[in-house]
Every structure is written in structure tokens, then in C-alpha cells.
Design a binder for this molecule. Structure first.
Ligand SMILES: [Zn+2]
Length: 693
């Protein structure tokens, strides 16, 4: 294999995924890094007067190109993580981190950037270029450009180690999930569990040559058990196994928890911040840890009466079913029972109305009518799995603004959950409009034999959500990739995604796609009314759960992490991570206490598998889910008032928010669309309904 034929470096818009093999990863990524480094060296060796083109613009282009060359490998690790691929990726990962970390620590590069910033040309910048220069300077400083040499070295080592630990954390979660199996031999134990799930479990057992029903810990298998299984012991077993992953044994994440927290705290300290939340939030809408915490506290207070009411209802339901002590493996089950009893509706009733292909078609139609973008499927061979589909997005003039892949169903070597990612960030260029390229993935209930994939309403919302992220990326009209699309503050990035979910609750929107997969009948009005009536059900319970995760996140990073670091010297190196890992788990138990109804709920917390905090971008930022919910609920009130398919409202949203990326302060973009600052009332109405009596 020569470098010229390495598919990772093909430069094709349609990435040749079908040709990428694990052996391409190491050579391809190393080559890309080398080229990028050579270009950086050329830039810093430049002796001419610094200009936008030869300094900031050029640096931006180097980064954008390298990101595009690395993205396919990073993506493949999430969707087809074989041990060969993981090994190859682990070899290049430290090199990738080292490159990005080295940029702002490169003294001659920093000197040149600063000298440009002081130039007359820089002083005359306006709009997105002005903002980009400010953000670039801030990024350099936040990454340690102004530190002393030895501090820079330490920072670099910390970041490389952190990236490896975070990767290891998520590998452990994946491995611990794949390791668990439970065979049920008596079908009576699956009483209450939906037929489709039982069939899948039976199929899984058959594939392994086992008689019976094989239960696993991927979420689509776990959810039906904890929600519907009448056998309380089985619920306990699965629930406990699910939340106890990575708490001990081969894939123990406890030692990583402590280490990750200490490293993050040291990074914040080194850069002169009070703590990690203050460091992370400086360039977010929230601005600092205290603002995020008071946002949480305010919502906790407003949510508490609803949560108390919901808890009482669960207790009553438990008593009625003869459950003496309400336990964590009962709450979802009882909530489903109550929902069924009160609204005569459960997730399974809606599935036949949500076949995946129809849902996608309806969603695309909504986007066409409201935002003016049409989506067209294209049959291509350059995919990583036969399930993968490819689509193009055209604007009203027929211009291709972007394209994307979808990958919807679980596989053993695929990460859990649903997500969107980007490969190419396009936008207006001198040569014309460069299209964007992205991907959306999920782990939805797969098709069963000849039947299409039938989704729950929650899964439908998730698809709309991820498509919202994708549109944010693919409709961007910002010239500078770093300021484009989803490259925005974390507490702003969920606005376009969560906004899309609102349409899945609107009757006119559901009429476009919610039809019975066999009969073609529209979703009956009566079922819709019940679905809406059930919407606030357990809203206080669910919102308190989100608030608990957001609060504990801020406490872990703001309160506990500095203590762990201060006390680290008390322990020998061998015992440090083990002892402190347990301290983190204990801290979790105590912190969750005020958000739950009993010690067993706090005991079974999810910290050891909480990838959002320990291997994703949500460290000190989990609050941003609800923060953006406040924003999206508020923004949707304008669609409600002016018409949910109103093309003018849609156009105004695209122009003021969706296509604008990080080209201006998020607060200013919000105000441009809404004419005022955000208000949490719409969120509270939507999630909680009227105040409990
Ligand atoms: Zn999201």
C-alpha cells in the first residue's frame, strides 16, 4: 500500500468508507499530521508582514483540512470498533492530541498570531472575522500560550494522558456492556415484555446455539425489561447489572474517575482558573460555574413540587401492587403501569404508527415546508455497513448545501446511544458554496424479518433531535469552518436539535408520517389525545433526574476534584486511584441523595458508566441540556404563534440562528430571532404542566 492510495487521504467528498481498513488508519493519520506540521512550520517561518491570509486564514485552513482527514477514523471507531481498528486508533490517538495541544503552545506561532492581532489590518476587522480573531486569541491563552515553558510541558502531558483515560473509560463501558449475558429459560419470566423484544431475545439465543431467551445490556434490550417485565427479580437483575457496569472487575472505571477529575482540576489550576467549571464555562453562554449552578438551583426549586407529587404517585402504585419498598428497578415499571392505567397508552401502542422509513420521509417533508431544504436519497457503495444510507440536502434554488449518512441500528461493535458527527465543514468560498458532510447514528429497534423498524415516540424524537444537529451543520453559511455549524458553545448547540423534537408532538406534523405500517391508517385522534395528555406524566420525576445529573456534574468538578487533588499526596501511588475512585463513588451517593426518594436510588448511580462526563464533551456542562431546553421551548413558541410550517418563520429561524453557527454571540442570535432574552416559562409549561394542587 502506498500513501497515495490510502483512502483516508483521497480528498474525495464522498469518503471511500468501503475501502478503509484498520491498516490505513496509522499510516494515513500519521501522514496527515506530518503534512499539517510541515505547513505550520512554514507559516511560522514566514518573515513577511502578517496578514489575515498568511496567518489566521492559513492556520484555519491547516486545521480544517487535518480535521477532515482524521474524522473518518474517529467515526469508524464509534460504528465498527474491531480490535484491529481500536489498536490502530490507539496508536494514533496520542499523536492527534499531541498535535492539537502543541499548536497554542508553539511560541513562534503565538508570536505571529499576536503580531497580526496588533496590526492595522486586524484592527479593521468586522463581523465573523473579528469574532474569529478574538476567539483565536482566547483559545491560545486558554490552551496555555502564555504559560512558562515547564508549565506548557506539564499541560501538554496532562492533556495527552486525559485523552487516553477518556478513551479507556468509554472502551470499558463498551466492553462491560458486551460482556454481560443472561439466559432466561422460562418464558413466564418475560411476562409483560413486548412480543418484539421477546422475539429478539430468542433470536439472540438461537444465534449462540442456546435454548431460551438471551438478555443483554445494550439499551434497546434493557429498556423493555425495566419498563414492562412483571418479574421483579429479573428487573432487579437487569437494572442492577446495567447501572453496575464498570464498578469492579476487568472493566473497572473507578480508578479512572478519580484520575480524570484530578487531571482536569490541575489543568484549570495551571491556567489560572478557580476550578474546572469556571475554565470550561468561560466561553459558554453560562460564563462561569456559579451561573450554571444557580440555573440548576432555580429549576430544582421550581421542579420540586412536581417531583414530590410524582414520587407520591409512584409510592401509591407500589403499594397497590404489593411492593413493600419502592426500589430503583420498580420506578420505570410502575410509571408505565400508571401511564397505561391513566392514559391507556404505552410506548408499544405507538410503535406500529412509526415505521422508520415513514418517519424519515415525514421529517424531511417538515424541513422542506418550514425551512426550505429538500432531502434526496442517493444509492452509493462507499459505506461502512450495508445498513448505511446516504442523502443529499438541496436548498430552494436546487443548490446542494450538504450530504449525510445515516446508520440506525445496533451492532456489537457500535457505540451506544444516538449522535451526529461531521466530516466536512463547507460554506461560502471564493469558488462558490462548498457543501457540508455529516452523519447521524442511532441504536434503534431494528427491523424484524420483513417488518420495517417500528419506533417508539421517544425514538422518533431522537431521530428529529439528531437531524436538528445535522441541519445546524449542513445549512451553515459561515465562511470560517471553526465558527461554522455546530462549532458553537455547548449550551447553545442543543437548541437546533431539541427544537426539532417539538414537531413530533404536533398533530399537523404527525399527520405527515404517523400511519399504521400495515393498514396505512393515520394515528387515531383518540390515541393522539392520550399521548398529549400523558406528556407531562412523571415530568417532575424526569426533570429532577436531569437536574440531579447536571448538579452532580458541577459538584464533582467544582467541589470534589480540588479536594482529590489536594489530598493526593496522602496516598501511595498504588493506592491513590483506587482509594479516590471509591471516594468519587461515595461522593456520587451523597450528592444524588437530595434528588431521589431513597438510599438505594442514590447507591445505584451511573458515575462509573457516565460517558457524557468522563469520555464526552459534557464535563462541567451537563446543565447545558436543560439550558438549551429553555431556549428551544422558548423559540418554538414563535412557531406555535405563527404556524408550525410557516415558511417565513422558518426562514427567519434559518437566517438568524440555524445557518449562523458561532458567527456571533449566541445570546445575540437568540434576540435577533425572538426580539428578547430567553425565558424559562415555556420549558416549565411544556415539561411539567400546571402546578400541582
Ligand atoms: Zn444533542
Amino acid at each position: 500500500m502506498t500513501l497515495a492510495t490510502n483512502p483516508l487521504l483521497s480528498g474525495d467528498f464522498r469518503i471511500p468508507f468501503n475501502r478503509i481498513r484498520p491498516e490505513h488508519v496509522e499510516t494515513g493519520v500519521i501522514q496527515a499530521l506530518k503534512e499539517a506540521q510541515a505547513e505550520v512550520d512554514q507559516l511560522t517561518a514566514e518573515t513577511s508582514q502578517p496578514t489575515w491570509e498568511n496567518t489566521i486564514g492559513r492556520l484555519e485552513a491547516i486545521g480544517a483540512r487535518l480535521s477532515e482527514q482524521i474524522a473518518p477514523s474517529t467515526h469508524l471507531v464509534t460504528v465498527s470498533e474491531t480490535s484491529e481498528l481500536r489498536q490502530a486508533y490507539n496508536v494514533v490517538l496520542p499523536e492527534i492530541s499531541a498535535f492539537w495541544t502543541s499548536l497554542p503552545l508553539n511560541a513562534s506561532l503565538w508570536k505571529r498570531v499576536k503580531s497580526y492581532a496588533e496590526s492595522e489590518q486586524a484592527g479593521q476587522l468586522v463581523g465573523v472575522e473579528k469574532r474569529h480573531l478574538q476567539k483565536t486569541l482566547q483559545d491560545f491563552i486558554r490552551s496555555g500560550a502564555d504559560l512558562a515553558e515547564d508549565e506548557k510541558k506539564e499541560l501538554m502531558a496532562l492533556k495527552i494522558e486525559l485523552a487516553q483515560l477518556e478513551q479507556k473509560f468509554s472502551e470499558n463501558v463498551l466492553d462491560a456492556t458486551a460482556e454481560y449475558e443472561l439466559t432466561v429459560t422460562n418464558e413466564a419470566r418475560l411476562s409483560g415484555v413486548p412480543e418484539a423484544m421477546r422475539k429478539r431475545a430468542e433470536e439472540k439465543a438461537r444465534e449462540k446455539g442456546i435454548a431460551g431467551w438471551l438478555l443483554t445490556l445494550d439499551y434497546p434490550s434493557v429498556e423493555p425489561i425495566i419498563k414492562y417485565c412483571d418479574d421483579r427479580d429479573l428487573r432487579r437483575e437487569i437494572h442492577t447489572a446495567f447501572v453496575s457496569r464498570c464498578r469492579n472487575g476487568t472493566f473497572d472505571n473507578r480508578p479512572l474517575l478519580a484520575r480524570i477529575l484530578r487531571l482536569r482540576d490541575r489543568i484549570a489550576d495551571l491556567l489560572g482558573y478557580k476550578d474546572f467549571p469556571d475554565y470550561v464555562l468561560e466561553d459558554r453562554m453560562a460564563k462561569n460555574g456559579e451561573n450554571a449552578m444557580s440555573f440548576e438551583r432555580d429549576l430544582v426549586e421550581r421542579t420540586r413540587p412536581f417531583w414530590t407529587r410524582d414520587s407520591e404517585e409512584l409510592h401509591e402504585a407500589a403499594t397497590q401492587l404489593g411492593i413493600d419498598k419502592l426500589s430503583p428497578w420498580d420506578s420505570a415499571y410502575l410509571a408505565e403501569k400508571l401511564r397505561k392505567e391513566r392514559y391507556n397508552i404505552d410506548d408499544e401502542d405507538l410503535r406500529p404508527y412509526f415505521p422508520l422509513p415513514q418517519v424519515l420521509e415525514g421529517m424531511f417533508e417538515i424541513v422542506r415546508m418550514t425551512f426550505g431544504f429538500s432531502v434526496v436519497e442517493l444509492d452509493i457503495k462507499e459505506v461502512w455497513h450495508p445498513d448505511v444510507k446516504y442523502y443529499q440536502i438541496l436548498d430552494e434554488s436546487g443548490e446542494k448545501v450538504g450530504a449525510f449518512y445515516t446508520d440506525w441500528f445496533p451492532r456489537k461493535e457500535k457505540r451506544q446511544g444516538a449522535w451526529m458527527n461531521h466530516f466536512i465543514t463547507g460554506g461560502p468560498r471564493n469558488e462558490g458554496f462548498a457543501p457540508h458532510l455529516g452523519v447521524i447514528c442511532g441504536n434503534f429497534t431494528p427491523p424484524d424479518g420483513n417488518e420495517p423498524a417500528l419506533l417508539t415516540h421517544r425514538e422518533v424524537q431522537t431521530i428529529f433531535h439528531e437531524f436538528g444537529h445535522l441541519l445546524h451543520h449542513c445549512t451553515s453559511r459561515v465562511e470560517i469552518p471553526s465558527r461554522a455549524g455546530i462549532n458553537v458553545a455547548w449550551d447553545w448547540v442543543e437548541l437546533p436539535s431539541q427544537l426539532m423534537e417539538n414537531w413530533t408532538w404536533e398533530k399537523e406534523a404527525l399527520h405527515l408520517f404517523a400511519r399504521h405500517y400495515k393498514t396505512g391508517d393515520a394515528l387515531p385522534d383518540q390515541l393522539y389525545e392520550r399521548m398529549i395528555a400523558a406528556r407531562h406524566f412523571m415530568g417532575g420525576w424526569a426533570q429532577m433526574r436531569q437536574l440531579s445529573l447536571g448538579t452532580v456534574d458541577l459538584e464533582l468538578h467544582g467541589k470534589l476534584a480540588p479536594q482529590l487533588r489536594a489530598n493526593a499526596a496522602k496516598y501511595s501511588e498504588e493506592e491513590l486511584d483506587l482509594v479516590q475512585g471509591d471516594l468519587v463513588m461515595e461522593f456520587g451517593r451523597e450528592s444524588f441523595q437530595s434528588f431521589v426518594i431513597g438510599p438505594s436510588f442514590a447507591e445505584l448511580h451511573i458515575l462509573a458508566v457516565f460517558t457524557h462526563l468522563f469520555s464526552g464533551g459534557y464535563a462541567a456542562a451537563y446543565y447545558s441540556y436543560l439550558w438549551s431546553e429553555v431556549l428551544d421551548a422558548d423559540v418554538f413558541t414563535r412557531f406555535r404563534q405563527e404556524g408550525i410550517f410557516n415558511r417565513d418563520t422558518g426562514r427567519s429561524y434559518v437566517n438568524s440562528i440555524l445557518s449562523r453557527g458561532d458567527s456571533a454571540e449566541p445570546g445575540a442570535l437568540f434576540k435577533e430571532f425572538m426580539g428578547r432574552d430567553p425565558n424559562p416559562t415555556a420549558l416549565l409549561d411544556r415539561n411539567l404542566g400546571p402546578q400541582p394542587a
